[in-house]
Ligand binder design. Structure first.
Ligand SMILES: N[C@@H](CCC(=O)N[C@@H](CS)C(=O)NCC(=O)O)C(=O)O
Length: 210
């Protein structure tokens, strides 16, 4: 049975889909319209009690939380497709470290910019300029640390592409696209080269169009 990923149009599900493409795992997508509130329906909440996408069904096995999904499939199919976890436990430790940095440091400000600049207008809500300014500044500080790190290694966890890099793809794509803050990437030489490298991977070029 082919695994199903719910909500392919949105950024967090795309984190999972790009990983499945790198790992050469077949999948089906199930559309979920957040603007119509389909993620809050009683049937959906039975499967994903927090009411967000992605949700993944692999036969009888159900997962939510996109980063849990990418860790699970990268481990389960370690020797298939691109190895996204590193070759040694030390490399794995660095992959986990930078994956956590993405989730804990990078994601909160970029998610707030996404809500304020992209989604509030779609929902007819005002954008909070103070929040935009504060989160832009927070993200700039995080990217300064990335710039330093990427001046020493080609990718975040070392000289190999990993889940740590992949996890940044969907929301950074919003940042340089509809959020219109590409300068945050382009003003930093090493971050800019890293972004060109990872965003031009065929896996991401395929998934970003969904
Ligand atoms: N930590 C969750 C976050 C998922 C998330 O924020 N999903 C967004 C779409 S990108 C969503 O469903 N937003 C609607 C909502 O939470 O009500 C994950 O990584 O899976």
């Amino acid at each position: 049975m082919v695994l199903k990923v719910y909500g392919p149009a949105y950024a967090s599900p795309k984190r999972v889909l790009v990983c499945l493409v790198e790992k050469e795992i077949e999948y089906e997508v199930v559309p979920v319209d957040l603007l119509k509130g389909e993620h809050k329906s009683p049937e959906y909440l039975k499967l994903q009690p927090f009411g967000s996408v992605p949700l993944l069904q692999d036969g009888d096995y159900t997962l939510f939380e996109s980063r849990a999904m990418i860790r699970y499939y990268s481990e389960k199919y370690k020797s298939q497709g691109t190895d996204l976890l590193g070759k040694t436990v030390e490399e794995r430790g660095l992959v986990e470290q930078w994956l956590d940095v993405e989730a804990i440091q990078f994601h909160p400000p970029i998610y707030e910019l996404t809500l304020q600049i992209m989604f509030n207008p779609l929902l007819g809500l005002p954008s909070d300029e103070k929040s935009i300014k504060e989160n832009e500044e927070k993200l700039a500080k995080v990217l300064d640390i990335y710039e330093e790190r990427l001046s020493k290694s080609q990718y975040l966890a070392g000289d190999f592409f990993s889940l740590a890099d992949l996890s940044h793809l969907p929301f950074t794509d919003y940042l340089v696209g509809p959020i219109k803050k590409e300068y945050l990437i382009r003003d930093r030489k090493h971050v800019s080269a890293w972004w060109d490298d990872i965003s031009n991977r065929p896996s991401w070029q395929k998934i970003r169009q969904l």
